[in-house]
Design a protein around this ligand. Structure first.
Ligand SMILES: Cc1cc2nc3c(=O)[nH]c(=O)nc-3n(C[C@H](O)[C@H](O)[C@H](O)COP(=O)(O)OP(=O)(O)OC[C@H]3O[C@@H](n4cnc5c(N)ncnc54)[C@H](O)[C@@H]3O)c2cc1C
Length: 402
């Protein structure tokens, strides 16, 4: 391990957790982050973490700190009535935590480690995989970094992925829906439940936050802003939101609209560079597993380094990719399907899986698919296959991954 340098593109949660977990295996780690302080605000204010994400934080010694700043959520409540529906018959809970708070905690943890250096305001522009160099635009101009290993944790629009993959090797699927979220002061909704409203076209939802501070998000088709917010049709569709007052409509209209979609990359590695987190496999947010999956990647990469023996970096990274591609593909399938279910766009088979697989799995003494994803670390591809088997069907042919 002589003078080995790990370069991480992207100082989001996956990049920072990767830095913390891989610190013992490198002499120096540099994290290049495009943003110069602050975070983009077009995504959710709250993130929910299940067992996968919490386990990664546990491995960094940060789980309790995040729990202390989050709120446990036991189930969901339909805002239009219909009562409380527990996520898990065995009492499993997910942890809702502010995205900004999580980011701050991770940055603080990284800044205490002498082996890790964070460089904000540094946007990766290109990678030379032969020479193992990265060129980035910094506050003062352009600079070049040499790496032994490069981890591309630079999110869905990853510059590392762009440099690594041809057009035919990467698929980005954008939904017609956009996402907006604004903070709302305690409207008196349960602090233990995710509250949601859906009419098949539009979905609104709210996770509880500490001190009664919650977010209210709305997912709606592009171009509907005037109808929903100026003409207050959001309240016509979901009358129980009226109590929030008209101010929430103008706030929602002014909030940045974030795109939602998924990303598939057929290859995640080139030489000693590898993609991880959203850079490799973004998913639609309906199962709340995007970050959980990215953090699980970071743990998987750490494991490969722990059991490395005499293997070179390429072999270690390749093992990581082989271990993670199928689970990432499976949670993408599950999340897409769940999105279609919530939006009333399921096929007949999907409808049956969404509505009946839970009972079929429970009759076999197994948790349902949501609970397995959120409260266990069972591989997502195993969960998917198990569900199809419980319904007496053959799982769909697996998408080919390199
Ligand atoms: C509306 C919404 C709600 C969600 N809710 C949940 C949830 O509840 N639970 C969950 O598990 N997941 C959720 N997700 C998914 C989650 O946000 C992502 O999976 C997660 O943020 C991915 O982390 P990451 O570190 O891989 O990427 P990012 O969070 O995107 O971080 C990438 C970082 O790289 C930086 N970067 C980008 N380009 C460059 C460059 N060229 N050079 C240097 N730095 C660069 C970015 O500035 C950023 O800091 C949600 C997503 C959305 C859109």
């Amino acid at each position: 391990m002589n003078g080995q340098h790990l370069l991480i593109a992207g100082g989001g949660p996956v990049g920072l957790v990767t830095a913390l977990l891989l610190e013992p295996h490198f002499d120096a780690i540099t994290v290049l982050e495009r943003h110069d302080g602050g975070m983009p605000s077009s995504r959710s204010l709250q993130l929910v973490l299940g067992e996968r994400g919490r386990h990664a934080l546990r491995c960094c010694g940060l789980e309790q700190a995040v729990i202390d700043r989050g709120l446990w959520v036991r189930g969901r409540e339909n805002g239009a009535g219909g009562g409380f529906h527990a996520y898990d018959e065995d009492g499993g809970r997910i942890l809702a935590v502010s995205r900004v708070v999580l980011q701050q905690l991770l940055e603080e943890a990284v800044d205490t480690r002498p082996g890790i250096r964070r460089l904000d305001g540094t946007a990766v522009e290109s990678v030379d995989f032969e020479a193992r160099t990265v060129e980035a635009l910094t506050r003062t101009g352009r600079d070049t970094w040499q790496y032994d290993v490069l981890v591309g944790a630079d999110g869905v629009r990853s510059a590392v992925a762009q440099a690594m993959l041809g057009e035919e090797e990467m698929t980005l699927h954008k939904m017609d829906l956009v996402y907006r979220e604004v903070p709302v002061q305690d409207p008196g909704w349960s602090h233990e439940a995710f509250r949601y409203w859906s009419d098949g076209e539009i979905m609104a939802g709210s996770f509880p936050g500490q001190g009664g501070q919650r977010g209210l998000f709305v997912m709606h088709p592009r171009g509907m802003e005037q109808d929903l917010f100026d003409e207050a049709k959001l309240f016509t569709r979901f009358p129980s939101l009226k109590g929030l007052g008209h101010g929430v409509l103008s706030a929602l209209k002014a909030a940045p609209a974030g795109a939602m979609g998924s990303k598939h990359c057929s290859r995640w590695r080139q030489g000693q560079a590898v993609l991880i987190g959203d850079a490799a496999h973004a998913i639609v947010p309906f199962m709340g597993q995007g970050l959980n999956t990215g953090l699980e990647d970071a743990v998987a990469l750490m494991r490969q380094y722990r059991s490395r023996g005499r293997a070179g970096h390429e072999a270690v990274l390749e093992r990581f990719v082989r271990r993670r591609q199928q689970p990432a593909e499976a949670i993408r399938t599950l999340s897409d399907r769940h999105a279609r279910h919530l939006l009333g766009q399921s096929t007949v088979t999907e409808q049956a899986l969404e509505e009946r697989s839970g009972a079929a799995l429970r009759s076999m003494g197994l948790p349902d698919t949501y609970a397995s994803c959120a409260f266990s670390r069972t591989r997502f591809d195993r969960i998917l296959r198990r569900e199809w088997r419980a319904m007496g069907m053959d799982a769909p042919v697996r998408r080919k991954v390199a």
